[in-house]
Design a protein around this ligand. Structure first.
Ligand SMILES: C[S@@+](CC[C@H](N)C(=O)[O-])C[C@H]1O[C@@H](n2cnc3c(N)ncnc32)[C@H](O)[C@@H]1O
Length: 391
């Protein structure tokens, strides 16, 4: 169906989807809620209410705000749009309510969405059965084709205390996928977490930044986006672009505004180093193909032999995600490396600020200089982050 040519449908889309204010929910990794709320407050700058709940931040806004959140938030994993909320205690009532939802106004024509259900303290606890009802209700509204795209539209259903909320995912692939890296590296951090760490370490985008165990370069690439004020979602696409309510002209306008904010550096202030030639080669290639070499320099070398003084006259932020864990073999080896890094920072980086991931919270009890401990998690693992100024 040609949605644009179908005037009555267009009117209904405007009345139900593009016109009204909606409730949006920004999903974040545990612990990043407050940072994300701060990003949203700065993004909208209109003092609107931003409600922080475990796992995310909700806010009210129009579709354009949803576009903007996807494009600009650095710490968000995805952005959901709530399309229904009701009490649900039995399947026949659930089916009736699901059939009343005008799915054709929200979903790409003819596609069955992937449905994710979580249920707690609810009589409808069988997630698979609930998901089937949602898919059937969609199929009822329009002719659905088998197969569909590789990354189908996702619908999230949450049942809590018998209350069901139904949301559409507007992001598509998780937002940590910036569309920049072509090589993941062996133990990459998620870009959203790297951005959060840079924000926690108060990286301004202006001072020198060193990522001396860079791996795939997550920190230095995020820092480059922040320093250049490049929108983190500028190089990727989003699920909302396939919605019938999508307005390409509005989107292009937001992109033009985002591009106008980009700044070109006077000199290079972000430096990456890794002892692995392959990591360095991949990162150099990424920087080249994405046009980021003006911001980031990368070299092969050993952190324990690096002297930052020839790189930059002033002090700045050194941010390290060391290779702890399985590859190092034993907890003793991780502890040894951790102490060596702290010793090197103390010896060669006085006056710099640091953000260092520790292998274990026990090791953070006995530090050679005062650092703030920020508990983070990554893929279910606890990840204590140490931040502060090196004396
Ligand atoms: C956990 S990975 C870093 C992952 C990175 N944050 C990312 O997102 O891809 C640790 C990296 O430290 C590098 N490395 C280990 N010892 C090093 C040393 N002494 N000097 C420089 N790099 C080192 C490894 O080659 C590896 O790429």
């Amino acid at each position: 169906m040609n949605v644009a040519a179908d005037k009555p449908l267009q009117k209904r889309i405007k009345r139900h989807v593009s016109g009204p204010v909606h409730t949006f929910f920004v999903v974040v990794a545990p612990g990043l809620e407050a940072l994300c709320r701060r990003e949203l407050a700065a993004l909208f700058g209109d003092g609107r209410s931003l409600t922080l709940v475990p796992g995310g931040v909700s806010f009210e806004g129009r579709l354009e705000d949803l576009y903007l959140a996807n494009l600009q938030l650095r710490t968000a994993s995805r952005v959901l749009m709530r399309i229904a909320a009701f009490k649900a205690v039995g399947f026949s009532a659930l089916e009736k309510r699901l059939r009343e939802i005008p799915w054709e106004l929200y979903l790409p024509t003819g596609e069955v969405p992937a449905v994710h259900v979580t249920a707690r303290h609810s009589r409808l606890y069988h997630s698979q059965a609930v998901a089937e009802r949602v898919r059937a209700a969609v199929a009822d509204r329009f002719v659905v084709s088998a197969g569909g795209p590789a990354a189908p539209q996702q619908v999230f259903v949450r049942l809590l205390d018998d209350r069901l909320t139904l949301s559409l995912d507007s992001s598509g692939e998780n937002l940590y996928k910036r569309g920049i890296k072509t090589h993941g590296g062996r133990a990459p951090l998620r870009e959203t977490l790297a951005a959060a760490i840079l924000q926690i370490a108060a990286y301004s985008g202006g001072e020198p930044l060193l990522d001396p165990m860079c791996g795939s370069g997550t920190f230095c690439l995020e820092a480059a986006l922040m320093a250049a004020r490049i929108a983190p979602g500028r190089l990727r696409s989003f699920a909302f672009m396939r919605w019938p309510a999508f307005r390409p002209a509005r989107w292009r306008h937001l992109l033009r505004e985002a591009d106008a904010a980009v700044v070109v550096p006077v000199r290079r202030r972000i430096f990456a180093l890794d002892k692995s030639p392959q990591s360095v080669q991949h990162l150099a290639q990424t920087l080249e193909t994405k046009g980021l070499t003006a911001w980031v320099g990368v070299e092969q070398g050993d952190f324990f032999e690096l002297d930052p003084r020839p790189l930059t006259a002033g002090t700045g932020l050194v941010v390290i995600n060391p290779p702890y864990g399985r590859r190092l073999g034993t907890p003793a080896a991780s502890a040894h490396l951790f102490r060596q890094i702290l010793g090197r920072l103390q010896a060669v980086y006085p006056g710099w600020r640091c953000a260092l991931i520790a292998p274990d919270s026990k090791l953070t009890e006995d530090l050679p200089f005062a650092l703030r401990i920020v508990p983070l998690t990554h893929g279910g693992l606890r990840l204590p982050l140490l931040v502060g100024r090196i004396p």
